[in-house]
Design a protein around this ligand. Structure first.
Ligand code: FSX
Ligand code: SF4
Ligand code: SF4
Length: 318
């Protein structure tokens, strides 16, 4: 653990991008300002250096791939730029060309070569029931490799782990009531197996592309970001949705929406969970800054531990 922290600290000293510039870059204070702002030359050159020694590997367990789709949906910069210049993902089941044993061998090879240095992004929960047989990751030498095997092995070898999406962070939908597969979030899984690798939770169902890319960039250029009690970067998850909602004035005045198609009014009576939710969606917005949940529906608290059970039923008041 100490070595890993030192490694990240060492990385931090090499970059030449101040914390202030970085935070200004990733925080974005108006709609539509997001990761495209990261494309300043100093940051790109810092990233290029960092990625030579600290590749990112992305594995998927029990999820819907929604977090990958969210990342791939990015318009500006294009996902090609994100993958090549910002993240340089060396393994990602959805976007890489190789498959089968070759891909798996390559994954183990990179993990061994960059042991203690690479970042492991985990998408989806880890199903622990039935010896992990609910999620078969692949096969090597005629031996089945489960998500449990891979998360244990690569999790312990990684320099840091990013739990991408609420399923990976806290169990999410697979761990909801009726959980038959023993679906478990990464931190709980690591606790069970005494794996000490630092974990950054990037929840959201799905997670916002800016949160994913921003957290990876922080890790690579500045080391571990400041985390809240639920293991999330404060820079993205430090603000309460309700306190900052554009409709909070209407809430204060008791002007409530009665139906989802109402253009105005607070959505609390329609089931909005904004008061219990911490994320910057109200200013970052979604779909490249087009809109966000409260514009068209309600906040269902998708970034919180206990989602979806604690937010259910979605369209009824808490
Ligand atoms: Fe879960 Fe994600 Fe929701 Fe889906 O990482 S966070 S179900 S959007 O894809 O797994
Ligand atoms: Fe709060 Fe939701 Fe109402 Fe916005 S719409 S003020 S987040 S309850
Ligand atoms: Fe999740 Fe709420 Fe943000 Fe929508 S507004 S993405 S439900 S945290």
């Amino acid at each position: 653990m100490k070595d890993k922290e030192m490694l990240l600290d060492g990385q931090q000293k090499k970059t030449g991008v101040s914390r202030r510039t970085f935070l200004k870059t990733v925080t974005g204070t108006a709609a539509g300002i997001g990761i495209s702002q990261m494309f300043n030359p100093a940051l790109i050159s810092a990233l290029e250096k960092a990625l030579e020694t600290h590749p990112v590997l992305w594995i998927q367990g029990q999820g819907c791939s929604g977090c990958s789709v969210s990342l791939l949906n990015n318009v500006d910069p294009s996902i090609a730029d994100v993958l090549l210049k910002v993240i340089s993902l060396q393994y990602h089941p959805t976007v890489m060309a190789s498959e089968g044993e070759t891909a798996l061998e390559n994954l183990y090879h990179i993990a061994e070569k960059y042991k203690g240095k690479f970042s492991l992004a985990i998408e989806g929960a880890i199903p622990m029931a039935a010896n992990g047989k609910y999620c078969n990751f692949g096969e090597l030498d005629h031996k089945e490799i489960t998500m449990v095997d891979i998360a244990k092995d690569l999790g312990a070898k990684a320099g840091s782990v990013l739990a991408v999406g609420t399923c990976a962070a806290y169990g999410g939908i697979p761990a909801a009531e009726g959980n038959q597969t023993g679906a478990t979030g990464v931190m709980d899984f690591f606790h069970i197996y005494h794996i000490k690798t630092p974990v950054v939770n990037i929840p959201g169902c799905p997670s916002h592309p800016d949160w994913i890319v921003g957290s990876i960039v922080h890790l690579l250029t500045k080391g571990l970001p400041e985390l809240d009690d639920d293991g999330r970067p404060v820079v993205f998850f430090g603000e309460n949705i309700h306190d900052n909602c554009p409709r909070v004035k209407e809430y204060d005045a008791g002007e409530m929406s009665e139906k989802l198609s109402d253009a105005k009014g607070c959505r609390m009576d329609l089931g909005c969970k904004g008061p219990d939710t911490y994320a910057d969606c109200y200013k970052r917005k979604w779909n490249s800054g087009m809109n966000w949940c409260v514009d068209n529906a309600v906040c269902i608290g998708c970034v919180e531990p206990g989602f979806p059970d604690l937010s259910s039923p979605f369209y009824e008041p808490a």
